[in-house]
Ligand binder design. Sequence first.
Ligand SMILES: Cc1cc2nc3c(=O)[nH]c(=O)nc-3n(C[C@H](O)[C@H](O)[C@H](O)COP(=O)(O)OP(=O)(O)OC[C@H]3O[C@@H](n4cnc5c(N)ncnc54)[C@H](O)[C@@H]3O)c2cc1C
Length: 384
Amino acid sequence: MSYDVIVIGAGPAGSTAAIELARQGRRVALVEREEFPRRKVCGEFMSAANIPIFHRLGVEEAWRAHAGPEIRKVALYAGKRMVTAPMPGGESFGRALGRDVLDTLLRDAAKGEGADLHQPCRAVALDHVDGEHEVTLEAAGGESRTLRAPIVIAAHGSWDRTTLPTGLPKNAGTRDLLGFKAYFKDAELADDTMPLLAFPGGYGGIVWADAGRLSLSCCIRAEALDRLRQEHSGTAAEIVHAHLLASCRGVREVLEGAELSGKWLATGSVRPAIRTRYQDGIFRVGNLAGEAHPAIAEGISMAIQSASLLGRELEGIDLHDAALRDAAGQRYSSSWVRRFGPRLQVSRTVAWMASRPHAFGGIAALVEAVPRLLTVGAGLSGKA
Ligand SMILES: Cc1cc2nc3c(=O)[nH]c(=O)nc-3n(C[C@H](O)[C@H](O)[C@H](O)COP(=O)(O)OP(=O)(O)OC[C@H]3O[C@@H](n4cnc5c(N)ncnc54)[C@H](O)[C@@H]3O)c2cc1C
């Protein structure tokens, strides 16, 4: 099957890219290995900066209809400290929406724009054949099919093992972060507040998402989890849950009387970094292009915004012309760094401080004395 563009992965980055390219009149294949709706390790908060993009993508109304309450306050829960401050901005505010709902909305919008959906289908190989890219898919029943196109947009995320050359090596080092996520019901948290959780070895966040679900997500260093395993028994998620309760007063207060809703989810290595964004007709978007520490809750935004940025760079270009493709790839790469580089830097600082409560103690005390520092930090991370 022949296309202009093959997009691998229908997360926020892939579906956004598919919408943008299909609107340009391109023949787009969108490949997703999972059935939707599906849950995902993610805090699910999206800042107000995405609203104009949701509008452009045609999903703003549905997003507003489904998403949880407006988040007007940012908070820091570190040890015994619980500090709250206003979210920057002032006119419109971010909200959280479950990835089961959001990703389905965006995928359906891509389909509505004419993208050809291959789901559930796993991309298992990516080869260069006669000047084009050939992507081999394996459908759920084991049936195999081959797609060809002059360009590929790799949007398959960065956390899973893959046979694709666009994936990351799965080295699972002790410095790697492991991600966890759960929903709770009947929790005690103000509707409009999103606390950052600081605890030894990691960081996390809690926020009300859609349908009365409290979303709790966190990252912990593999080496910190290994140390905890020596003191506690249970699954990794149970150990992390117990660690959060023991080390963070805010988590205890929020979850007292709350009930776990569904299972804990976990994901392998989360490795925040800037990566190759373009090479030989293959464009990377979302987490594959670069990933901030989830401490700043900007990954979905960066996924959507990077795919939109790429869509603009490819507009009107003959995708069979290698020189034009390469030039677009260079422009996309540079714009990516200008746009998201500062957010990655802020996320590194926040993550470093949050996961070291001893070093962080003085800063947390300062934030308690001057809560507006939280507002400034949220603004620097992309919330303004
Ligand atoms: C603990 C935690 C909390 C977070 N909280 C937030 C938050 O509150 N707000 C925020 O903005 N971000 C948050 N993030 C980050 C956010 O989840 C990611 O940045 C975002 O999911 C990246 O989107 P993506 O489209 O690049 O990749 P993904 O969302 O990972 O999507 C990739 C898609 O590709 C599919 N796929 C994978 N391999 C293949 C294949 N071979 N063939 C076909 N399909 C394939 C997958 O099934 C998936 O649907 C958090 C992350 C973690 C770990």
